[in-house]
Design a protein around this ligand. Structure first.
Ligand code: RAM
Length: 917
């Protein structure tokens, strides 16, 4: 008998709902369970996969019927008959709860397979030599009723597809960036409703992207860009199934016609020039006379393997932002302020004489006189030009570029523009938002908001460092530092899985990876704090999504990376490194923290992590080997960086010999007093404390040294670069100084996040300083955004239990700091919604928690310094005089330690109130 109180929902295939065009013969299914009762678990599941909707409706698993499988696992790999290219499959699932009650079947979900094998590609790669952005077109007739139709397409660098005058889909800057010598991504679209009986036309517009940037852009770039081809190219197939089951494919080949289009220049950094006078009215609809167009040329296929991006979040215009303010610093120059730094472009509305040129320049900052300050753009022109055709109201937005900006300057506008003239388009990879966070401190909320804007601005099919200057690279360091923050805020698995393939492909024979992936600049080998991404990101994905396969798939990459570090080390110390604790206050390269200290710490941590991963995968030999090595590195680390001092870091002699060789420090005549200050590195002590490598007899001393450095030497300020900043708050919190951590976060004096906000930041900066001159001063960098993970993990206190990854077990451990009255957060996970909210008043502490069915949690209630604690749950006493006094459903057991009362709970909603008796 079906029990209607149990519902299976959120069906995903390869972490995506109803994906179109997957490239996997054994896709992963997952679901969440809603149950009206507390403390519920899945005891079994049954999945049915059908080759037709009819079969799925009748619960017939002609592809796969798993039958009843006894397990609490809610992520399962397909084990049915061989899946075929281009086919759609339908699936349902039902579960049994812990009391053997059976749920009804879920609603029907589907997944469709893409082009699995190279020979499935019938189309040819074609292009048109020349500059600009060419148009391609083809007409075809349909004389039967269409059952379903798909477009499979890839256009490098970018392509926009049009069918019968309409844009296909809502993707922009598509497909995603890769190293095109290794992987080429393609898109699948359902175009059934765009085709019709009779004459049809397909049109394609191409842009350069990272595939064929203009030569002048390649050459002026500081490290010269990788260029794959001289002009853009594409491959396409329109696949049509008719009602009578016959099939037809329209493919790209040299019968297509082509002509230069209205985009006469396009580059992601420099912008776009669009001459509307060159528009070809009706070029993308049928019965257009293209006799004057040339034939397209067949070209050699790119080297990379075709891969579907069905489960990879594509780039989209996410939001339209109205400008906040319009000023005119000089006659004819208009400055729009959007009040927010973001990635994308603007949409222009204009009417005027034919040939008028409207110029749009983008910047993150203004000068004092309110003119544009383009310094942070460095070599990027960040300029779009629209040339009017002179026919009524014209609306333009660029297609093949993007900018990072808050301000836009308009010149050449015919007449006087208004606030309605421009709209901002916020463009980024469309990762689903999964986390939300809110506290009683508006500054915390604002930092969180800035980080979300900054993070999204830096997800442009790869994790970028910044959206504004001529860089926008997939720096491994930036991404690995914030990967937890991204995972709390957004659904990142599809995004990162793709990037891990990019990293894997970039690995060299010797095991090294580059600092940035895809390697558009040749930066090998990576600084260890950057390269660590190839092990720490798979680890984070395993932890937060519970996907063991990610560890398996990437094991050899990680192992080769760890072996590479080992091959570069001498006596357990790694000198290799370039950036270290990058961008601390006042500097780019840290003067306080030796690069080799940071590198060796990552060498240690990666080796240790590798041993842990080996153990999880059952590889005892590797586990032992790497563990032993990690122990040796630890000894060397302490010997070299601690020695007989009372702090980690430089020795005076060593520092003095190092100094002359490091140009960015400059000051050779450094006085002993200043030197002493330099010798103290918060980051060095933090890293040692974080990974518990400090010898027991030195622990207290190191801790005191760190606190003294923060509180006394720096007057309650951090003095850390991006590496130390990631760990400082965790270390302080774990060691009983959460209020100090909170102070570092929320104060408004330099250096701090509060300072950035006081100075008007709407995203986070690259540097702690407020800089407006030329140089490295992006206003929209994400690498200091690690603090957001601390908000979720510590302030609100939602943590994953590493022994039960993927939120099978959740730890709720809030830290009610003095200056906060409440904090709350929720996370949409693949197991369902997790939420936690605490509030306190003088006598009571309240905690409200939701745990999804089939998960459990350990709630660690803070004792608040009170004695004789009573805890109520849902108004009923459950804890008194140091013991559990009730057997309420879902409350498993409770115990206490010095600071907390720890309660094990099952799924469901709970309301705890803690007070003094
Ligand atoms: C700069 C950026 C980037 C960083 C590299 C090392 O280009 O700050 O974020 O990762 O340097």
């Amino acid at each position: 008998m079906e029990n209607k109180n149990i519902r299976v929902a959120q069906l995903s295939c390869e972490y995506t709902s109803n994906p179109l065009g997957i490239n996997n013969l054994k896709p992963l299914f997952s679901w969440s369970i809603h149950h009206s009762e507390r403390n519920q678990k899945q005891s079994a599941y049954q999945i049915i996969v059908a080759s037709s909707l009819e079969n799925a409706k009748k619960n017939i698993g002609d592809m796969w019927d798993s039958k009843e499988v006894n397990t609490d696992q809610s992520t399962v790999k397909y084990q049915g008959k061989l899946l075929e290219s281009k086919k759609t499959y339908y699936w349902i699932v039902r579960v049994w709860d812990k009391d053997r009650n059976m749920s009804p079947y879920s609603e029907i979900s589907s997944f469709e397979v893409g082009l699995l094998y190279p020979e499935d590609w019938q189309g040819l790669w074609i292009g048109k030599p020349g500059k600009g952005s060419p148009l391609f077109r083809k007409e075809f007739k349909i004389d039967k009723e269409i059952k379903r139709a798909r477009v499979y397409v890839s256009g490098l660098g970018y392509c926009e597809i049009r069918l019968n005058g309409e844009k296909v889909g809502d993707r922009v800057l598509d497909p995603g960036w890769t190293d095109y010598d290794e992987v080429v991504l393609y898109s699948t679209y359902d175009v059934t409703s765009l085709l019709r009986k009779g004459s049809n036309a397909v049109g394609v517009m191409l842009g350069n992207g990272r595939f064929c940037p203009p030569d002048e852009v390649v050459n002026k770039n500081p490290y010269k860009l990788k260029k794959y081809h001289n002009y853009p190219i594409f491959i396409l197939e329109i696949y049509i199934e008719f009602d009578d089951d016959s099939l037809v494919s329209i493919i790209s080949d040299s019968n297509w016609k082509t002509k230069d289009g209205p985009i006469i220049f396009n580059d992601i950094y420099d912008g776009e020039i669009y001459d509307a006078r060159l528009e070809e009215e009706g070029w993308d609809v049928a019965l257009y006379d293209d006799s004057a167009w040339e034939f397209a040329q067949e070209v050699v296929s790119p080297q990379g393997k075709m891969k579907s991006q069905a489960t990879f979040p594509f780039i989209k215009v996410d939001k339209i932002l109205p400008p906040k303010e319009l000023t005119s610093p000089t006659p004819g120059t208009y400055i729009y302020d959007f009040g927010q730094n973001f990635s994308g472009w603007v949409r222009l509305k204009v009417s005027g004489p034919r040939g008028t040129q409207v110029k749009l320049r983008y910047s993150e900052l203004l000068n004092e006189d309110r003119s544009l300050n383009t310094n942070p753009n460095q070599g990027a022109e960040a300029t779009d030009i629209y040339i009017l055709k002179g026919q009524g109201e014209e609306i333009y937005e660029p297609r093949f570029t993007y900018h990072g900006f808050r301000y836009v300057e308009v010149t050449g506008f015919p007449g006087i523009p208004s606030l309605e003239t421009l709209e901002g388009c916020f463009v980024h990879s469309e990762v689903k938002s999964t986390g939300s966070l809110f506290t009683s401190c508006s500054l915390v909320n604002k930092i969180h908001e800035n980080i979300r804007w900054g993070q999204l601005s830096n997800l442009m099919s790869i994790p970028t460092d910044c959206p504004q200057r001529d860089e926008r690279m997939g720096w491994l360091g930036d991404a690995q530092l914030v990967s937890e923050e991204t995972i709390y805020n957004f659904q990142m698995i599809g995004f990162f899985k793709k990037w891990l393939v990019d990293i894997k492909k970039s690995q060299k024979e010797d095991g090294s990876v580059p600092d940035l992936v895809p390697p558009y600049w040749d930066f090998y080998p990576a600084d260890p704090a950057w390269g660590t991404a190839c092990i720490s990101i798979p680890w984070d994905l395993y932890l937060y999504y519970g996907d063991r396969e990610i560890l398996e798939e990437n094991y050899s990459m990680m192992e080769r990376w760890v072996e590479f570090l080992h091959s570069q080390s001498k006596d357990g110390i790694l000198e290799l490194g370039k950036y270290g604790d990058w961008c601390p206050p006042w500097h780019i390269i840290s003067v306080e923290t030796p690069i080799s200290l940071v590198s060796t710490w990552f060498y240690y941590r990666d080796t240790l992590l590798q041993s842990k991963i080996a153990k999880i995968l059952g590889n005892v030999e590797d586990h032992d080997r790497f563990l032993k090595r990690a122990e040796e590195i630890k000894i060397s680390f302490n010997k070299k960086f601690l020695g007989d001092k009372n702090f980690y870091g430089w020795t005076e002699d060593w520092y003095r010999t190092y100094l002359p060789s490091n140009a960015s420090i400059g000051d050779k005549e450094i006085t002993s007093k200043r030197l002493h200050r330099y010798l103290r590195s918060q980051t060095a002590n933090i890293l040692a404390l974080y990974s518990e490598i400090v010898p027991d007899d030195k622990r207290k001393t190191i801790w005191r040294e760190l606190i003294d450095d923060i509180v006394v030497v720096h007057g309650n300020h951090l003095n850390t670069g991006i590496i130390g900043t990631k760990y400082i708050l965790d270390v302080l919190t774990e060691n009983g100084e959460v209020d100090l951590a909170f102070k570092l976060v929320t104060q408004a004096t330099y250096p701090s996040w509060g300072y950035m906000i006081r100075e008007g930041a709407t995203t986070l900066w690259e540097r702690w300083e407020s800089l407006a001159e030329e140089g490295m001063n992006s206003q929209n960098h994400i690498m200091l955004g690690t603090v957001d993970a601390w908000f979720y993990k510590y302030l609100v206190g939602i943590q994953v239990d590493p022994h039960f990854p993927g939120w099978r077990k959740i730890i709720i451990k809030p830290y009610p700091v003095k200056d906060l009255n409440f904090a709350s957060a929720s996370l949409e996970t693949f197991r369902g919604l997790i939420s936690s909210a605490w509030r306190k008043d003088v006598n009571s502490f309240f905690l409200q928690v939701s745990i999804p069915a089939n998960s459990q949690a350990e709630v660690q209630l803070p004792k608040m310094g009170w004695k004789n604690i009573v805890i109520e749950e849902g108004g009923e006493n459950i804890w008194q005089k140091g013991t559990l006094v009730s057997q309420k459903e879902g409350i498993d057991y409770a115990k206490e330690n010095e600071d907390r009362i720890i309660i094990q709970i099952g799924s469901g909603d709970y309301q705890f109130k803690l007070k003094e008796e």
